[in-house]
Design a binder for this molecule. Structure first.
Ligand SMILES: *Cc1c(COP(=O)(O)O)cnc(C)c1O
Length: 415
């Protein structure tokens, strides 16, 4: 039982080693990625992996669930303390799974879902083409305002009144502004729709109180635990008491089998970490770092969608530059700067090419980087993107990136 990976499978071991080095020696600006604590990784690789516990605490379909019950109850208790929600489901495996369970709990096949256009920052799980959701529900989209590149409530209200959706979704994967949930509640009430707040990206900011709280407004809130919340890969559903039973049933047996008890243990720890005062400091620094990076890029004459950021990410519009989003992301990687390409609102290029990139600061902030590092990184990004044909610049910056990465280890002493 104590055989180590390095003793029985060098192939896998070497790939894992390579990934440790990649994460350590590059700058992750993908806003959905983060580095959870070693303790969270430890909980996630614990023997709870071995336990089947279908059902919920006290009502399992298997024997031997005493510790499974304890850990799930603890996770729920801590999540309730953190989010002040009436009911919480910690079993959901992912953000996408959480959304699918909400549709199953609240809707009938063929019902209408009103959500943000994927190409304006929405998420595939809100009804993008090719998804289960797209095939089973009628998807209606709202977009962003052409001038402000933010939500246009008059327009959303107009579409809602015209189409009478059963469910309205607020939440995005690439929206750099703070969201006020009050107008959303008002529109949902006006047309008799449920309101789902998909907070996958910004749940950490919400937990720390540095972003408006959807809990008083939304019927259901879905989230991931691996993004700004800095926990294990997983999902989370918060809902009003009256939806508790249908949400739980939509997870098990509706859309999942056995819960991942090891991940639930890691979620319990993640919620505890998020209750600490340092977590609030961390989330504040994420925003401060994003503002500094945004200012630096603006000083270098890059246009940011909506003019800036209130949260952990920004969308850089490259359409007036001699480079696509795809090419930008590729050449930044050559210098050890990891970002993703992203459509900008009203993008003329297809999603495989795009006119934008979507840098974010959660992962670098976890490493301890601050405003001066953000300025430096912003200048590197600028230099690389203004000189896409100059390989030497990228080679030089890659060395500097590796230097700064040494100063800010992802994990102290990780081999
Ligand atoms: C990331 C994200 C999800 C999906 O999360 P997964 O855990 O990858 O399934 C859902 N909604 C939004 C808005 C997201 O950004």
């Amino acid at each position: 039982m104590t055989i180590l990976l390095s003793e029985i499978d060098l192939e896998v071991k070497e790939i894992l080693q390579e990934e440790i080095e990649r994460q350590q020696n590059t700058l992750t600006l993908i806003p959905s990625e983060n580095y959870p604590s070693r303790a969270i990784l430890e909980a996630q690789s614990s023997v709870l992996n071995n336990k089947y516990a279908e059902g919920y605490p006290g009502k399992r379909y298997y024997q031997g669930c005493k510790t499974a019950d304890k850990i799930e109850k603890l996770a729920i208790e801590r999540a309730k303390q953190l989010f002040k929600g009436e009911h919480i489901n910690v079993q959901v495996h992912s953000g996408t799974g959480a959304n699918m369970a909400v549709y199953q709990a609240l809707l009938k096949p063929g019902d209408k879902i009103l959500s943000l256009n994927l190409f304006h920052g929405g998420h595939l799980s809100h009804g993008g083409k090719g998804t289960f959701t797209y095939n089973h529900y009628q998807i209606i989209n709202y977009g962003l305002d052409r001038d402000s590149e933010t939500f246009n409530y008059e327009e959303i209200e107009r579409i809602a009144k015209l189409t009478h959706p059963q469910l309205i979704i607020v939440g995005a994967s690439a929206y750099p502004r703070a969201i006020d949930f009050r107008p959303w509640r008002k529109i949902a009430d006006e047309v008799g729709a449920y309101l789902l707040a998909d907070m996958a990206h910004i749940i950490g900011l919400i937990a720390a109180g540095v972003h408006p709280d959807p809990v008083p407004y939304a019927d259901v809130i879905t989230a991931t635990t691996q993004k700004t919340l800095r926990g294990p890969r997983g999902g989370l559903i918060i809902c009003k008491k009256k939806y508790a039973s249908s949400i739980d049933k939509a997870i098990f047996p509706g859309t999942q089998g056995g819960p991942f008890m090891h991940v639930i243990a890691a979620k319990a720890l993640c919620f505890k970490e998020a209750c600490q005062p340092e977590f609030k400091d961390y989330q504040k620094q994420i925003i401060s770092n994003a503002k500094t990076l945004a200012e630096t890029l603006k000083n270098e004459e890059f246009r940011l969608v909506s003019g800036g950021t209130d949260n952990h990410l920004m969308l850089v519009d490259l359409s007036d530059k001699d480079i696509t989003g795809d090419k930008a992301a590729t050449i930044l990687e050559e210098a050890g700067i990891i970002v993703n390409k992203n459509s900008i609102p009203f993008d003329k290029k297809p999603p495989s090419i795009t006119s934008g990139i979507r840098p974010g600061t959660p992962a670098l902030t976890t490493r301890g980087m601050g405003n001066s590092e953000m300025r430096l990184i912003g200048e590197w990004i600028s230099k690389i993107l203004y000189n896409p044909h100059d390989r030497n610049i990228r080679r030089k910056i890659k060395k500097e990136v590796e230097e700064i990465c040494k100063e800010f280890p992802i994990y102290e002493g990780l081999k």
